[in-house]
Design a protein around this ligand. Structure first.
Ligand code: PNS
Length: 160
């Protein structure tokens, strides 16, 4: 079975990401969740920390693997012989970046397809950056991230 790849920063994983993985696994069978290590934004967690939290949060979903990659997504797709990219979209504001990225990847590697999963009503307002901001000011993030992440986020934000 050819895997589909769900790439992202996952800094940190939220329940919105988990929902996308669950639905992608149900639709496509095998999903590789791939943490990008060269994203041009400052991160709260290292790549190994993000991978570890993802593995923990996704352990109960069959058919899911967690990996990380450096460099271009299309090069990573080549190495694992995958052709389908999964991305979750929340608001209309996500579309501009997502369309650009999907077209860029297709231009770089014809044959690559991006499949968008629309965020559910319970998750559409959740983003890693909003969750970090809430945690930073002492707010309760337990409803937005897997339990394993909530504790680590609180700890990390306290010390930052
Ligand atoms: O969770 P994010 O930050 O929205 O994910 C963006 C990500 C990591 C999927 C994207 O930045 C990416 O694919 N980075 C790898 C570098 C790359 O291939 N860039 C070209 C696509 S524009």
């Amino acid at each position: 079975m050819t895997p589909v790849v769900y790439p992202g920063s996952f800094d940190p994983v939220t329940i919105g990401h988990v929902d996308v993985v669950r639905r992608a696994a149900s639709a496509f069978g095998k999903v590789i969740v791939a943490v990008a290590s060269n994203v041009r934004k400052s991160s709260a967690f290292t790549v190994p920390e993000r991978v570890e939290m993802l593995k923990d949060a996704l352990a109960s979903i069959p058919g899911v693997e967690v990996d990380s990659f450096e460099g271009l997504l299309v090069d990573y797709l080549d190495t694992i012989e995958a052709k389908v990219v999964i991305r979750g979209v929340r608001a209309v504001s996500d579309y501009e970046f997502e369309f650009q990225m999907a077209h860029m990847n297709r231009q770089l590697r014809p044959g690559i397809e991006t499949v968008f999963l629309v965020a559910g009503p319970e998750e559409f307002f959740i983003s890693s950056s909003a969750v970090k901001e809430v945690a930073c000011f002492g707010g309760d993030v337990s409803g937005f991230v897997p339990a394993v992440v909530a504790d680590r986020l609180r700890e990390r934000m306290k010390n930052s």
